[in-house]
Design a protein around this ligand. Structure first.
Ligand code: FEO
Length: 396
């Protein structure tokens, strides 16, 4: 059965959600699922804006067929070629042989990499600022390279002032009936997953996101229709403010995020003692994560949220405990910067993880690394409590 929702007079949501997929991009856990958004604009000419992942292809095709209601599909606008949105382009090409595909030059090249159908015969190639009139509506195209791939563009409906924002302003999480952000308690129900989505998928490309935000600031926007998650029709300022913070690597929250690795519980014990001291000193926001049981994507997201970070790791095979090393490399890969960081190491005979973590942290931009680095030789001892107290004082 078709499963669509009307957004406004001429625009229909025809995407679908996947709650079966364990790992988005085969790397990020999505316990709340994910939606692949696609939109049909009906006018004198009918325009499909992006497609969906293979996993929801059948639902999408049923939705499209229903929403078209026997009319021609004149255009497919392809804002982003990543297969979570573009996998179904080949199927559209096969089922709708007359449909023109609106692409930029980079998209055109990428379509040829992914598909074998004759795109040249049906491509409408656009560049920054070009317009496409489809009747009452006129669309214009804004290039948004590296938000999240180089070919990304966003489409703006000049008539109804709708921004089709590609991956920007998206979120993990299936759509559970609600389509608009103002239909849910976004800040409490969706923000954490929106942050985890942003930081892990687009976090590396802050300057590119800033460039898009600057372009978008010049537009009057009634609706933001992203490729994942909820549609925005009011209070967009909240989300724009978050995007500004995330894309400038500005912490959202004054507080301490502690990520630790612990093989037999001794490093964990020291971290708990430190967390107690932080609380006693009045720190309200403290988050503690075991890197062995917390997915790195959560820690990346939390590291973007807090202004002060602590990493504590045993030495393992003369190196950093592997899950901690993975987390630190992920933070570096996602360009985290502008933080205060403290380290703690453990090593029963030759502690080495501290200096190795230091090298990784020092490669991040604008990080203040605290000089105090408590070293456990197996377990925390009474004579080290003062050092933890000093560390807590510096982190409060
Ligand atoms: Fe949701 Fe970059 O694709």
């Amino acid at each position: 059965m078709h499963c669509t929702r009307k957004i406004c007079d001429d625009l229909t949501y025809i995407g679908a959600s996947d709650r079966r997929l364990a790992l988005f991009e085969n790397i990020y856990p999505i316990p709340n699922g994910v939606s692949y958004n696609s939109y049909l604009l009906k006018d004198e000419k009918n325009v499909l804006l992006d497609t969906v992942d293979h996993s929801v292809c059948l639902q999408f095709m049923e939705n499209l067929n229903y929403a078209l209601d026997g009319r021609e599909l004149d255009y497919l606008v392809i804002n982003h070629m990543e297969p979570d949105h573009a996998a179904t382009i080949g199927e559209i090409a096969r089922r709708y042989p007359k449909t023109k595909m609106v692409v930029n030059a980079k998209t055109l090249a990428m379509i040829k990499q992914f598909f074998d159908f004759d795109i040249d015969a049906r491509a409408v190639i656009v560049k920054e600022g070009d317009t496409l009139s489809v009747g009452r509506h006129t669309l214009t195209f804004v290039m948004a390279p590296m938000v999240h791939w180089p070919e990304v563009m966003v489409t703006y409906d000049l008539t109804d002032k709708i921004l089709f924002s590609a991956d920007a302003f998206g979120s993990f999480g299936a759509l559970n009936g609600h389509l608009f952000a103002d239909e849910v308690d976004f800040e409490h129900q969706y923000l954490d997953e929106a942050r985890r989505y942003y930081t892990n998928i687009v976090g590396k490309y802050g300057p590119s996101v800033q460039a898009l935000l600057k372009k978008a600031a010049g537009l009057e926007i009634n609706l933001v229709c992203p490729l994942h998650g909820l549609i925005w029709r009011k209070d967009l300022g909240l989300f724009i403010e978050k995007y500004n913070q995330w894309s400038t690597y500005t912490p959202e929250t004054h507080g301490v995020m502690i990520a630790y690795a612990s093989i037999y519980g001794n490093t964990e014990n020291a971290v708990n003692v430190l967390a107690n001291k932080l609380s006693e000193k009045g720190v309200k926001n403290i988050a503690v994560y075991d890197v062995s049981s917390t997915h790195a994507s959560v820690i990346v997201s939390e590291a973007f949220k807090y202004d002060k970070l602590v990493f504590a790791s045993p030495t393992y095979n003369a190196g950093i405990f592997p899950p901690m090393e993975y987390v630190l490399n992920e933070l570096k890969a996602h360009n985290l910067q502008n933080r205060t960081v403290a380290l703690m190491q453990n090593g029963s005979w030759a502690p080495a993880s501290g200096n190795l973590m230091k090298n990784l942290i020092e490669s991040l931009k604008n990080v203040t690394l605290l000089e105090i680095m408590p070293t456990l030789k197996s377990a925390l001892k009474d004579n080290q409590l003062d050092e933890l107290e000093q560390l807590a004082e510096l982190l409060k």
